[in-house]
Design a protein around this ligand. Structure first.
Ligand SMILES: [Cu+2]
Length: 144
């Protein structure tokens, strides 16, 4: 009885590892017509003071919070002054890779003076980009 319970617990502990491994090997499929875009700011915008709202849009897919696995959904990420380096791995979580795991579609940013790039990328329940990646065009803005 105890032994059965321990095997069951062991299997449960291994399950997340198994699922994570699956995510890396076989990324969630995105519909062919899925499209991500940055509604605001427009490319070439000049932002005085550096505080801005970024509004992100998504077509032909849905938004779901991080951790929720559902076909054709994901959550938004914003790449700030960087590129997506490896679509087979979870999107990093740092100042240049912002996660909106509660399903937010807009974000308040504060950026220092200078030229900055913003790009949105959708990630699945485990923060891994879809196949193919659903990414917006890169928007370049100037803060002064
Ligand atoms: Cu994420």
């Amino acid at each position: 009885m105890l032994r059965t319970a321990m095997i069951a617990v062991g299997a449960l502990l291994l399950l997340p590892l198994f699922l994570a491994g699956q995510g890396l090997a076989d990324r969630a499929k995105a519909p062919e017509d899925a499209r991500a875009y940055i509604l605001w700011p427009p490319n070439g915008a000049v932002i005085n003071g550096g505080k801005l709202w970024v509004r992100m849009g998504l077509q032909n897919m849905g938004v779901a919070p991080a951790g929720i696995s559902h076909a054709d959904t994901g959550h938004h990420h914003l790449l700030v002054d960087t590129d997506l380096t490896n679509p087979d791995e979870p999107i990093p979580n740092d100042k240049q890779h912002l996660h909106f795991g509660a399903g937010q579609t807009e974000a308040r940013l504060e950026l220092p003076p200078g030229v900055h790039t913003l790009q949105m990328v959708l990630g699945d329940a485990e923060h891994v980009p879809h196949n193919p990646p659903v990414m917006s065009d890169k928007v370049t803005i100037t803060v002064r």
